[in-house]
Write a protein that binds this ligand. Structure first.
Ligand code: NAP
Ligand code: MG
Length: 397
């Protein structure tokens, strides 16, 4: 008897090698065990082009309605892709479209297996990273100054009224200037998404900034975060979750000695840099999952890696591939566990845990794809091909 999933999950198909893997996961690991209503949206490059990208917007609207989505990696077209797929235009990144419709924040979470040791010895639990992906240097204006003069920040109120000016620097010679911004609304959404996700994952929240130096800009982030944490205090306390604000350099130093098991909320630049450090510290892109969380609790799960194009072209030539499907499988288990939490269906949550245990058990028994075989201890005698690995998981399940 299949396990019944009470409410729908929005499924978004994707491109290239991950699309091949997606089909196998569904056929071999999901559909044989679950009676599930999947609202299917084909975000493959061709279909996005055929629908003038409407399918991406429809998928985002469906997530608003059903609250949980699972997404396969998709191509973000560049000039080369426009030619390759003969596209009408260079469509925007589906992830960016969905993120902006849901006003969401992306979190990354590594999957831990015993025989793929992290680069940092103390990291025995996942470090979840949340990056505030709006503003700061990523939406700034810059100016190269070619000689002596004064640089200022000027704010002109929209409805008229007195402009406000602060001096940046009196240049004695050439230099550079940058103006950047953020908005209270965006910082608040970020803080609320972090709180949502920490409640879902039952982990403490760390937030670091440099408010000793940047008393107003970074101070604003610290204050808005504290306000939102204050509003959620009862929920956080009930879940046993602590909020820690610290200086960013202190956070970096402490992360290196911590065992993990926290959500590290980062300002935009810190998140850009630190998410790559944490990802490579945990081993492989194939073991990194990603989840988009909106401030009002909509969740979209996916693998953090892309469509693994190089492997796809080998596959098209008929050559065997060894592509890691673990992060894609965990996108499914993440979505199922979330669905179960919303629906109050412990049997669905138990299935998600069982599937995750089957994946980890398979790797720990020495069956793994090439990317992991290269960094595992002990090294396995041989690596599994793409489908062999999924079959081994299905057998164990
Ligand atoms: P990628 O797909 O992440 O792959 C880069 C390289 O990383 C691969 O060639 C492979 O290395 C290794 N790798 C990544 N995932 C792996 C896995 N599951 N198993 C084994 N090895 C893995 O990045 P890309 O090639 O730069 O991008 C391809 C396409 O993906 C682009 O069109 C991009 O727009 C898109 N993309 C989508 C998303 C998303 O939808 N979230 C995210 C990033 C990129 P080796 O070749 O050395 O084996
Ligand atoms: Mg980066």
């Amino acid at each position: 008897m299949p396990i019944i999933v009470k409410n729908p999950i929005v499924e978004m198909d994707g491109d290239e090698m991950t699309r091949i893997i997606w089909q196998m996961i569904k056929e071999k690991l999901i559909l044989p065990h679950l009676a599930i209503d999947l609202k299917y949206f084909d975000l493959g490059m061709k279909h996005r082009d055929d629908t003038d990208d409407r399918v991406t917007i429809e998928a985002a609207e469906a997530i608003k309605q059903h609250h949980v989505g699972v997404k396969c990696a998709t191509i973000t077209p560049n000039a080369a892709r426009v030619k390759e797929y003969n596209l009408k235009k260079q469509w925007p990144s589906p992830n960016a479209t969905i993120r902006s419709i849901l006003d969401g924040t992306v979190f990354r979470k590594p999957i831990i297996v015993k025989n793929v040791p992290p680069a940092v010895r103390s990291w025995t639990k996942p470090i979840l990273i949340g990056r505030h992906a709006y503003g700061d240097i990523y939406k700034s204006s810059e100016l190269v100054v070619d000689g002596p003069g004064r640089a200022e920040v000027v704010f002109t109120p929209a409805g008229g009224g007195q402009a406000r000016t602060v001096a940046i620097h009196d240049f004695k010679g050439p230099g550079v200037v940058m103006g950047m911004h953020n908005t209270d609304a965006s910082i608040r959404s970020f803080a609320r998404a972090c709180i949502q996700y920490s409640l879902a994952e039952k982990v403490d929240i760390w937030f670091g900034a440099k408010d000793t130096i940047s008393k107003q800009y970074h101070g604003r982030f610290r204050d808005i975060f504290a306000e939102e944490v204050g509003k959620a205090q009862a929920d956080l306390e009930r879940a046993g979750i602590q909020y820690r604000y610290m200086l960013i350099d202190d956070a970096v130093a402490q992360i290196m000695k911590a065992e993990g098991g926290m959500l590290w909320a980062c300002m935009n630049y810190d998140g850009d840099v630190m998410s790559d450090m944490v990802a490579s510290g945990f081993g492989s892109l194939g073991l990194m999952t990603s989840v988009l969380v909106s401030p009002d609790g909509k969740y979209v799960y996916e693998a953090a890696h892309g469509t693994v194009m190089r492997h796809y072209y080998e596959h098209l030539k008929g050559n065997p591939t060894s592509t890691n499907s673990v992060a894609s499988i965990f996108a499914w288990t993440g979505a199922l566990a979330r669905r179960a939490a919303l629906d109050g269906t412990p049997e669905v949550a138990a299935f998600a845990r069982k599937l995750e245990a089957a994946v980890i058990g398979t790797i720990e028994s020495g069956v793994m794809t090439k990317d992991l075989a290269a960094i595992a201890e002990p090294k396995p005698g041989k690596h599994a091909l793409t489908e062999e690995f999924i079959d081994a998981v299905a057998k164990r399940l």
